[in-house]
Design a protein around this ligand. Structure first.
Ligand SMILES: *[C@@H]1O[C@H](CO)[C@@H](O)[C@H](O)[C@H]1NC(C)=O
Ligand SMILES: *[C@@H]1O[C@H](CO)[C@@H](O)[C@H](O)[C@H]1NC(C)=O
Ligand SMILES: *[C@@H]1O[C@H](CO)[C@@H](O)[C@H](O)[C@H]1NC(C)=O
Ligand SMILES: *[C@@H]1O[C@H](CO)[C@@H](O)[C@H](O)[C@H]1NC(C)=O
Ligand SMILES: *[C@@H]1O[C@H](CO)[C@@H](O)[C@H](O)[C@H]1NC(C)=O
Length: 479
């Protein structure tokens, strides 16, 4: 309250001086008492264009792949199948429920000290709305890679929250959803082989099965979406100069709906069967990406070191054995326009925070979210409010504005890493200018993990370095 009225006094004072001094005018526009930047943004620059703007070529060592939003104008998929933003958020909650359900299960079935310190809640199946139960990752980013010899090009979800890579395969003995590209045909690849049950790779799977001495994989995402089939091995081509021979992946012949039009999924998690682990000798456990600022531009995914921006800042990569697939980092505090919110650091550390490429909206412990929301609303009080939806409760109608002044939200991590989020990383446009929402949400359950979602990662170059246990962020990553 005190700082609020003080800043009022300051603005009145600055306004008086405005008449006399150009210097004071620039101070008024670019700084407040704490000296943090104000974000005055042309709203047009935050909204996707109807056409895909073609990306500049980016150089770097290692494989560099173009990364595309599945539902934007750069997507190779049939645009009549695009999801609305409301549908994307419904799917997003389904993914978050799955992530947390996974943890609750682990919490119950393990007896590690970590697990017993977490609030023990039963698997909250009743809390998971039925209509969100059968989808996974459909709000995600996609890349195009090739399997087999000769190469069969396939567009897949890229996912830091899963380990097993899989694609739908012919003859598709049980069930395949309709994908846009032709199904992978193992019989057309001279380098394909299935994996025997005695192969050590088979025992790396979480729940391998054996059929006719062939290893069978199954991955279940949430309660309804799943894939299973023969665990297989073939050449994976990431880019013309980057080939991995003998790459293990699932050849899915029993796949549910819920994956959109993609051919499958590329797993970049921390498990032994993820691409990162399998390519460890080639890429040293390092990969990075930049998610584009809007769905009408493209980003990149790259493997191996090199090409990291000079301004990269690191924070510790943390591990939670109850969620071994995920990359954790140490979120410690949040500031709005340079003023730190009064949230006890234990609010974050009690549940931990993951960074996930596939969750759209960041999730915070309820107490932290409420504090952020209140500070944000106070700064945005000049703008007319708009209705939210089930997930996003702080929205504004910006249709009569050309520019908007958005407070900076800063996420502060261990080792002094501070991510200053700008408007494109804070706002989620539910319905164009008329529903511009704070792109964060509070967790329903006190034991739910915090998640840094992909809206908040846009435009940063995010570098994962597994052997050195750090995650780095650089500015201007997609340029
Ligand atoms: C905002 O951007 C749009 C599109 O680039 C442009 O037409 C408009 O003049 C800009 N408005 C302001 C106030 O800069
Ligand atoms: C980027 O790659 C292109 C084509 O391979 C090459 O001509 C160019 O010199 C490279 N640029 C830099 C800055 O390395
Ligand atoms: C796109 O999907 C619509 C509806 O599912 C279908 O009618 C149309 O033929 C498809 N177009 C292409 C190019 O596949
Ligand atoms: C297992 O092998 C037998 C004999 O070759 C064959 O008839 C059967 O279809 C195979 N089963 C599966 C699930 O592939
Ligand atoms: C396909 O997978 C589902 C889910 O794992 C399973 O219930 C079903 O029995 C499978 N179908 C066949 C024919 O194996």
């Amino acid at each position: 309250m005190a700082s609020h009225s003080f800043s009022h006094v300051f603005y009145d004072f600055a306004f008086m001086l405005l008449c006399y001094s150009v210097l004071i005018q620039s101070l008024y526009v670019t700084g407040d008492i704490t000296g943090s930047q104000r974000n005055i943004i042309n709203i047009s620059s935050l909204l996707p264009q109807t056409e895909c703007s073609s990306p500049k070529a980016i150089n770097g060592s290692g494989a560099r792949l173009k990364l595309i939003h599945q539902h934007g104008p750069c997507s190779p998929f049939n645009h009549s199948n695009k999801l609305t933003n409301n549908q994307i958020l419904t799917h997003d909650q389904s993914r978050v429920n799955f992530i947390n359900q996974h943890r609750r299960r682990s919490t119950i079935t393990t007896s590690t000290p970590k697990a017993t310190t977490l609030p023990s809640s039963p698997i909250a199946a009743s809390k998971i709305p039925a209509h969100t139960g059968n989808s996974f990752s459909t709000g995600n980013y996609i890349i195009t890679i090739s399997f087999g010899t000769p190469e069969q090009e396939l567009t897949v979800i890229f996912d830091t929250g899963s380990d097993v890579t899989w694609i739908q395969c012919q003859p598709c003995s049980t069930s395949c959803y309709s994908q846009q590209e032709p199904l992978f045909d193992p019989s057309q690849s001279t380098t394909f082989s299935s994996v025997s049950c005695s192969d050590p790779a088979c025992s790396q799977l979480y729940s391998p099965d054996c059929s006719n001495n062939t290893c069978v994989y199954t991955v279940k995402y949430g309660d309804k979406s799943h894939t299973s089939g023969l665990y297989s091995k073939d050449t994976l081509t990431l880019s013309p100069s980057d080939t991995l021979t003998g790459f293990f992946f699932g050849c899915g012949e029993n796949n549910s709906d819920g994956f959109g039009k993609v051919a499958g999924l590329l797993g970049l998690g921390r498990g032994l069967m993820s691409l990162i682990s399998q390519s460890n000798t080639k890429y040293n456990g390092v990969f990075s990406y930049c998610l584009p600022s809007t769905s009408s531009s493209t980003g990149y995914l790259t493997f191996g070191g090199g090409g990291a921006p000079a301004n990269l800042k690191n924070t510790k990569m943390l591990t939670d054995s109850s969620m071994a697939t995920f990359y954790f980092l140490g979120l410690q505090s949040i500031s709005v326009d340079g003023t730190q919110l009064s949230i006890s650091p234990t609010v974050f550390s009690n549940v931990g925070t993951i960074i996930d490429s596939g969750t759209v909206i960041s999730r915070l412990p309820q107490e932290a979210y409420s504090s952020l929301r209140d500070a944000f609303r106070q700064k945005m009080s000049n703008y007319p409010e708009a209705q939210g939806d089930n997930l996003l409760d702080t929205c504004y109608d910006l249709s009569s504005y050309e520019t908007v002044e958005i407070p900076t939200v800063s996420l502060e991590f261990a080792d002094g890493l501070v991510l200053d989020l700008d408007a494109s990383e804070i706002l989620f446009f539910l319905n164009g200018r008329s529903q511009a929402c704070l792109g964060f949400a509070g967790n329903e359950d006190a034991s739910d993990v915090g998640i840094i979602g992909n809206t908040q990662q846009r435009k940063f170059s995010v570098v994962y370095d597994v052997p050195n246990q750090v995650i780095g962020f650089g500015q201007g990553g997609c340029d």
